[in-house]
Design a protein around this ligand. Sequence first.
Ligand code: ZN
Length: 404
Amino acid sequence: MPDIMHSVLNIGTLGHIDHGKTSITRSITHVWTDKHSESIKRNMTIKLGYADAIIRKCEKCEGPAAYTTEATCTKCGGEAKPLMRISILDSPGHETLMATAISASSLIDGIIFVIAANEPCPMQQTKEHLMIINILGIKNVIIAQTKIDIVGSEAARAHYKQIKEFIKGSIIEDAPIVPVIANLNINIDVLLEKIANMPIPKRDLDSDPVLYVARSFDVNKPGIDVSNIKGGILGGSLIKGRLKSGDKIEIRPGIKSVKTKRETYERVVTVIKGLSNGTDSIDEALPGGLIGIETEIDPSFTKADGLVGNVVGHLEKLPPVVNAITISYTKLNRTDLQESQIAANEPLILGVGTNTAIGYVQKVKKNNIELSLKHPICAEKGMRIAVMRNIGKRWRLSGYGILV
Ligand code: ZN
């Protein structure tokens, strides 16, 4: 197995609405993260909200100019050798983006923080995203200063100073600020060089594997001959351990049981028929990047993201499935929310890994909130859970809890 398979980073994107998150992602990966095509799905590429790319380095060019995601160097036409794989997470909507950053934080190795030069810094959402970065303690952050072509060089320089002032005293005080023009591909190479130089976090390869299912689908075309039907496909990221082709796996909490009137879930036990890193088949999957798992599950269960939010691991080795949880809650300091105290009977939306769960508050005792869940979840103590409240008829990210 080539080394590049072990060199994978998951990069989250943050930034105020319309500041150019999707354009940056497209410049790097050449895909729009808010769309997905059937043909790519059939190749087991997982990219719903995720976009993958391989960062390459030209052997002839020097400095940032050598970095590209094309196989052929765009500057000299020489061969660009693969350095590392990256998966970029780009989630739509301000509230869900922040909730995802919190609940999937165990999957995020670094962040591209997009700040547009055509608006004063910081905008409200930019401020909140810096707060999230500080909470998560993610130091691997690159600031992309976008839309500099709209404002001209003098205003861009003044805006650069605003950014510097804004991040002063924060965890990302020394983060590099890269001015880019995404549409014209200007300085995307500098951005790629900075990503390539991010330290790859030490992965836990020895624990029992835990994979969060972020996507699931059916790759069979309608009318396919029964003997050619492929099993359901799961897409997700390992937060620890390793999975191999042929491994017997368990999916929890699993599938809603139709046997009883009361809503219960049954775990699914299956075998890994094949593994993919998005572009190639692999024998073994490790943490970092998004992987596709071909299973023997009836594809009608995996189609249309039917198994998203489940957790995959080896048989009898997964965290428990629970119907009630207690979290140690921390409220975010959001200046735009007029909030009352969380009280008994209030419904909350919880982001747990890639799962979205509805919980009803049973009891509040100081910072501890006891919740009963509408559907069971598979969750491990210490997990960081995003907490959304219904405020002014909208679901807003209010804070986060640690599962106790
Ligand atoms: Zn070159």
